[in-house]
Design a protein around this ligand. Structure first.
Ligand code: TYR
Length: 317
């Protein structure tokens, strides 16, 4: 796979493809994703972690921002609670296989006079209306937004030149903030970033993913828990919106070259698939039973998450 294919596979949107091609021609280039510290790193995070791994393989230097101040502004907890999660999340993200990335803690770079002055300058350029809308899919309890949640997207914009990155990776839920960055960074004298957006995958029940609803596999889940969650998971005969197929597409196939559907001889025996497209086609044609698909999904996830799970065990005991 060439660099362009690696970067663009499994994405929802690239802004813009031309700019990405130009960037790929440069000898050095940097990309980042920011994560608010969260209770556990889960399959939702893994979609962008996988994309960062693709970009590393495509020649990018990778920066991960642990956005502790953003989590605070977004009402995710006290400074102390967030700080504890920040360290833990960093180690979990590394254990998910993202090796050789540079990790930056938000508060280590966001409290300088230069950064804060740039934030205030942009505050004067961005309307409340745009700032609010950019937070629609990112902010917590946005029916009653706080001023801190208006500062949030402006800071996310300033993070881009502060980390000196050429590209930003995020879920498609970040797009309105990224569009603000592209529009306003030139007025501060910076280049707009290339934006690479991944799809937002469903929870295992086919609904919106939410750790509190427990509809997601996280790095803290034991192999038995993964098995249990798979048994319960929603796996309709359709491809569209099928959460198990999404796990294969975005979490498993980027990391393994073959998956095996295990079946007794009387049910057709084992079947191997070397690509997501082949697996999807076979499932759509009714050649794979949902129970067998789910079992294979659990088995592959257990393997993929083994290092991260081992780290979590050592951290918690
Ligand atoms: N907005 C991101 C989220 O929803 C977190 C983030 C924060 C990303 C700051 C980048 C950034 O610079 O999780």
């Amino acid at each position: 796979m060439d660099a362009y294919e690696l970067v663009t596979r499994n994405t929802a949107e690239i802004v813009t493809e031309d700019e990405l091609r130009q960037l790929l021609n440069k000898p050095t280039k940097r990309v980042y994703t920011g994560y608010e510290p969260s209770g556990e790193i889960h399959l939702g995070h893994l979609v962008t972690i996988n994309k960062l791994m693709d970009m590393k393989a495509a020649g990018f230097d990778v920066v991960v921002l642990i956005a502790n101040l953003h989590a605070y502004l977004n009402r995710k907890g006290t400074f102390e609670q967030i700080k504890e999660l920040a360290e833990y999340n960093k180690a979990c993200i590394e254990a998910c296989g993202l090796k050789g990335a540079e990790f930056v803690l938000g508060t280590d770079v966001q409290l300088t006079p230069k950064y804060q002055t740039e934030v205030l300058t942009l505050c004067q350029e961005i309307t409340l209306n745009r700032a609010t809308r950019s937070m629609d899919e990112v902010g917590r309890a946005m029916d009653n937004p706080m001023v801190s949640q208006m500062v949030y997207p402006v800071m996310q914009v300033v993070d881009i030149p502060t980390l000196n990155v050429d590209a930003a990776v995020g879920g498609i839920d970040q797009r309105k903030i990224h569009m603000l960055a592209r529009e306003h960074l030139p007025s501060l004298g910076y280049k707009p970033p290339v934006c690479i957006h991944t799809p937002i995958v469903n929870g295992l029940d086919g609904q919106k993913m939410s750790s509190s609803k427990g509809n997601v596999v996280s790095v803290a889940d034991s192999p038995e828990e993964i098995k249990k969650k798979m048994k319960k998971a929603f796996c309709p005969p359709e491809v569209e919106g099928n959460p198990i197929l999404q796990v294969f597409q975005y979490n498993i196939f980027p990391r393994v070259s073959e998956i095996v559907i295990r079946r007794p001889e009387k049910f057709g025996g084992n079947a191997e698939y070397q690509s997501y497209a082949d697996l999807e086609a076979a499932y759509a044609a009714g050649k794979i039973h949902p129970m067998d698909l789910k079992a294979a999904c659990g088995e592959a996830l257990t393997e993929i998450l083994a290092d991260a799970y081992a780290y979590v065990q050592s951290y918690k005991n």
